[in-house]
Design a protein around this ligand. Structure first.
Ligand code: FES
Length: 114
């Protein structure tokens, strides 16, 4: 089961929302299932409107960025240079991800700040 804890300094206070999924889905779909108001625009990994800071909880995770996500995060200056050249790397975060492109696997647990 994927588990994501959303937090938002923009919303303020101690606001947070916990979401679960029993199948791999994007962070954006998970947010929508739980009525989390993530900013979004193109939903194709191009505009960067859905950039969020993701911190994996527990074990290290494989960082799998598709071409769109990698190019957009690089353009925004939000992709660490050490990750730019490789497709997969173990990571601890926090790292910027695009909610519309980041897939939450059934064993993943993330903290997501937006
Ligand atoms: S909504 Fe545009 S990159 Fe995700």
């Amino acid at each position: 089961m994927g588990l994501v804890q959303f937090i938002s300094p923009r919303i303020g206070g101690d606001w947070s929302m916990s979401c679960r999924s029993h199948q791999p889905i994007s962070l954006l779909k998970m947010a929508r299932m739980c009525n989390v108001p993530l900013p979004v625009h193109c939903q194709k990994g191009v505009c960067g409107a859905c950039a969020v800071k993701v911190t994996p909880e527990g074990k290290q995770q494989q960082l799998c960025l598709n071409v769109f996500e990698k190019q957009t995060l690089q353009g925004l200056g939000k992709l660490p240079a050490m990750l730019a050249g490789e497709d997969q790397k173990l990571w601890k975060g926090p790292y910027w991800r695009l909610a519309c492109q980041c897939i939450v696997g059934t064993g993943d647990q993330f903290f997501v700040a937006f």
